[in-house]
Design a binder for this molecule. Structure first.
Ligand code: KIV
Length: 267
């Protein structure tokens, strides 16, 4: 019989704020990887709209659609027994109005089985965060560098240094009911100030060690994309190299008539 696993709930995740517990979050986009992350003990799995770049090969996160996010969210949620599953609301699925946002957040939750949604923005999205919360759907906010604002803000890599604005955005997200906030490319001390001033967890990416937890894009931390080496990224694996070696070995063994050997063949 399968071992019973206690699922991490939104209240449990939220309660890590201000404690010694460091939260871990990674992105995944499919069943196989999500299962590996879940079994390895990651607290939360984000089906990020980064899938537009790392899975679909686009140069920004803008093209991925709601339907595609729901498809990948469902694959991930099906694999997960313990981690909190959060699905990104893609570009233009919530920006039109709070009403549009509630409807689309509802679709994500109903169709994927995920636990929560994430959207980009703090103060200027308060009404939307509040509206989604009123529908009893937990929302994670994402401030600092906001990849969906690439057309407006320019370079995807720009560190956000406006401390007052960042503090304001983080507090507004909390006041509107967000249960956690991602801080992307925020200077470490500012991230520390935000973390101390909130009663919800901050999850950093390129925001230093003073956050309540960390998130990385799964394929990036596994070393699947050796050309992507921003300062904040640590590659914990070298899967590109290992995959390349495995595929080359396969090609060469098939070509040499070494694979399949007798033990791989039915008699
Ligand atoms: O889409 C994503 O993967 C994200 C993380 C970088 C936080 O938003």
């Amino acid at each position: 019989m399968a071992e019973r696993v206690k699922k991490i709930s939104v209240p449990e995740f939220r309660a890590a704020a201000g404690t010694d517990r460091k939260l871990t979050m990674l992105t995944a986009y499919d069943f196989l990887w999500a299962g590996i992350l879940d079994q390895a003990g990651v607290d939360s799995i984000l089906v990020g709209d980064s899938l537009s770049m790392v899975v679909q090969g686009h140069s920004t996160t803008l093209p991925v659609t709601l339907k595609q996010m729901i498809y990948h969210g469902e694959l991930v949620a099906r694999a997960v027994r313990r981690a909190l599953v959060v699905v990104d609301m893609p570009f233009m699925s919530y920006q039109v109005s709070p009403r549009q946002a509630v409807r689309n957040a509802g679709k994500i939750i109903k169709k994927t089985g995920a636990d929560a949604v994430k959207l980009e923005g703090g103060a200027f999205q308060s009404e939307t965060i509040r509206g989604i919360g009123r529908a009893e759907i937990p929302v994670m906010a994402h401030i600092g560098m906001r990849p969906q604002a690439v057309r407006q803000l320019g370079s995807m890599g720009r560190v956000q240094r406006d401390t007052a604005q960042l503090l304001d955005d983080a507090r507004a997200a909390e006041d509107a009911g967000a249960f956690a906030v991602i801080l992307e490319l925020v200077p470490e001390d500012v991230a520390g100030q935000i973390t101390e001033s909130l009663s919800i967890p901050t999850i950093g990416i390129g925001a230093g060690a003073k956050c309540s937890g960390q998130v990385l894009v799964g394929p990036d931390m596994l070393g699947l994309n050796p050309d992507f080496q921003p300062r904040f990224l640590k590659q914990f694996g070298d899967l590109h190299k290992r995959a390349d070696e495995a595929v080359r070995a396969y090609v060469s063994e098939v070509q040499a008539g070494q694979f399949p050997a007798a033990e791989h063949s039915h008699r």
